[in-house]
Design a protein around this ligand. Structure first.
Ligand code: ADP
Ligand code: MG
Length: 482
């Protein structure tokens, strides 16, 4: 997507660095707990606090999570990788270095497939995924003139997932992040909770004339919602375009996004890798993986969103749009499949993405908390399919199911909503309506076709909406023309 500037068109080029917190009970190199929201400094081992002489020990589960993620991103897994020290000073980094991976990450090139709004797909390259520790947190808002340090987060395992500069708009960056989060959640390797900081994003942004080489980039740090990522990119691209069009030059820089004002501000000039004095951590051996173990992990992967989407389209006949929406969350896909089994999949998809999503949205709950179970929704669809209730009344029954959690059949019985299919009873209702509306019948017969809908409405009203619509139509047409 091109942006129109004063002097012509511009293309935005974006690469994202995502820090994904690994789902793990213990930290990357210590046994301390990782649960979110604990009292400050209650989940800190001497390793995390960098006491002299303490040695890191790699957490096998975290390695497994990183490898699974690599496989889920269709990436190369490196059987040998190395942990390095990235040296810098910060009050919440007691060791004075972060253990990370630099030249030899555990995962190499992979890809994420975007589901574009027009139904096409687009592949975004993954450069690498490496393992590293998180830092602690400096708390600046606890005291008027002191800063406190909370080391609960220090040492928690992160996967840094770096994309190629393949994204071309803020919208694509949003799609990429959502898709990546979806894959991580399917794999169970990161919970994707951006409010709690489990997923944080740095956005690298540059602009260029279409077809020209890449321009100089700025990196916007620590964005913690998809919306902010998109806003920050849109603002930053515009800023760079205006700067260049006014004769200026973009300088490589690290910037911060000011959420309140919606602008990016310079934070520091861009550091270079050599500033960090990376070197292999002498406390840790190279990480060597057994290829058979990796294959075992591959075999145990769940069906991921892209494969599921393809299956929903090819074997259930869903539209790409419906399939994309239904596979985004594993819980939604599971719910849908339970509803669809043995029923019309298109109808199941309509109910899940229509009435059910609307109700859950209104209640502000996820599908796991749905007051209507898959088998209950399936039961409702069965009642429509076998003619017990009309599609119109089913909507009312569904509202009642959401409100009370009752079974559809029970609601239909208790409220006497069963569809009237008795031809005699419907014919009587039609006769009564036509007898009461002699003038309108005359108008209709003299050519006012539009009145037809009025008669249908009257018959439905007379039968409390329970008359079988097909029978109503047949009988009305016969009697109006006859
Ligand atoms: P660093 O570690 O210094 O941030 P990397 O080479 O790891 O640098 O790149 C970081 C990110 O910057 C990657 O996601 C990459 O795709 C992106 N990137 C590189 N060049 C550009 C560019 N010209 N415009 C936008 N993004 C870029
Ligand atoms: Mg970077």
């Amino acid at each position: 997507m091109l942006i129109k500037g004063r002097t012509g068109e511009w293309e935005t080029v974006i690469g994202l660095e995502v820090h994904a917190q690994i789902v793990s009970e213990a930290k990357l190199f210590s046994g301390a707990a990782t649960a979110f929201g604990a009292e400050p400094n209650t989940q800190v081992s001497p390793v995390d606090a960098a006491f002299p002489g303490m040695l890191p020990v790699i957490n096998r589960h975290c390695v497994e999570q990183a490898v699974k993620t690599g496989l889920g991103l269709d990436a190369e897994v490196n059987f040998v990788s190395v942990f390095d020290r990235k040296n810098y000073f910060y009050p919440d980094l007691p060791a004075g270095y972060q253990i990370s991976q630099y030249l030899q990450p555990v995962v190499g090139h992979g890809r994420v497939v975007l589901d574009m709004p027009d139904g096409r797909t687009r592949e975004i390259g993954i450069t690498r995924l490496h393992l590293e520790q998180d830092a602690g947190k400096s708390l600046h808002d606890q005291h008027p003139n002191l800063t406190f340090v909370d080391l609960n987060r220090a040492g928690i395992g992160l996967m840094e997932i770096v994309s190629e500069p393949d994204l071309r708009s803020a919208e694509e960056a949003g799609l990429y992040l959502r898709k990546l989060r979806s894959i991580l959640r399917y794999l169970g390797t990161c919970d994707g909770n951006m409010e709690e900081g489990s997923l944080r994003c740095d956005a690298n942004v540059s602009v260029r004339r279409p077809g020209e080489p890449y321009g100089t980039r700025c990196e916007i740090k620590n964005l913690n919602s998809v919306r902010y990522v998109m806003q920050a990119i849109a603002y930053e691209a515009q800023r760079q375009i205006e700067l260049i069009e006014e004769g200026g030059q973009v300088v490589q820089q690290t910037r911060l996004f000011d959420v309140g004002r919606g602008v990016t501000r310079p934070m520091r000039s861009k550091e270079e890798a050599h500033d960090y004095r990376y070197f292999p951590d002498p406390d840790l051996l190279p990480l060597v993986l057994d290829p058979a173990w990796v294959e075992q992990l591959r075999a145990g992967l769940p069906e991921l969103p892209d494969t599921k989407k393809a299956r929903f389209i090819s074997s259930l006949g869903l539209s790409p749009d419906d399939a994309t929406v239904l596979v985004a969350e594993q819980a939604t896909a599971l719910f849908f499949e339970q509803v669809a089994t043995g029923r019309d999949p298109k109808m199941a998809a309509n109910w899940v993405t229509g009435d059910l999503f609307a109700a859950l949205n209104r209640l502000g709950i996820g599908i796991e908390q749905s007051p209507v179970s898959p088998s209950q929704l399936g039961g409702l669809i069965d009642l429509i399919a076998d003619g017990t209730i009309s599609g119109r009344l089913a909507k009312d029954v569904f509202v009642e199911m959401i409100a009370t959690g009752a079974d559809p059949a029970t609601i239909v019985e208790n409220k006497g909503l069963r569809q009237v299919t008795d031809e005699g009873a419907i014919a009587a209702a039609v006769d009564a309506v036509l007898a009461a509306q002699v003038d309108k019948v005359a108008e209709y017969r003299s050519g006012r076709d539009k009145l037809y809908g009025f008669f249908v409405g009257q018959v439905m009203r007379a039968t409390q909406g329970k008359a079988n619509p097909t029978l109503v139509n047949d009988l009305l047409k016969k009697k109006l023309t006859g």
